[in-house]
Write a protein that binds this ligand. Structure first.
Ligand code: ZN
Length: 116
């Protein structure tokens, strides 16, 4: 299962860093490089991990665990979509949550697979 774990990591970080570039190109083409940078900057929500011990745990699901990764927070991120000035940030944050969420699915799948 080691190899799938590596695939999971590659998928996770590609979605965090590369895929926002695709979103920026598709939806904010006029200023896509800036939009990409803003979306990468939304990675700052991961600073809420610092409140946890341990700070990093590859097998922990961020969604619903860290304060900025709760459903309340996501609700707030959706509101950001309604305002042109905060829209890119909202897209970046919601996509960040989707990325972390798919990572949880990977982890659940892999741990179920390896424990049998
Ligand atoms: Zn995160």
């Amino acid at each position: 299962m080691i190899s799938l774990k590596i695939v999971q990591t590659i998928v996770h970080y590609s979605l965090h860093f590369l895929f926002p570039g695709v979103l920026a190109w598709l939806f904010f083409r006029k200023d896509w490089k800036k939009a990409w940078l803003i979306m990468i900057a939304t990675m700052a929500v991961d600073l809420d991990h610092l409140l946890s011990d341990p700070v990093f745990d590859a097998n922990r699901c961020s969604i619903g665990y860290h304060p900025l990764h709760t459903y309340y927070a996501v609700f707030f991120y959706v509101i950001l979509l309604f305002f042109p000035k905060t829209r890119i940030i909202g897209v970046g944050l919601i996509f960040h949550m989707a990325t972390d969420y798919q990572d949880c699915i990977w982890s659940n799948f892999l741990s179920a697979y390896t424990s049998h």
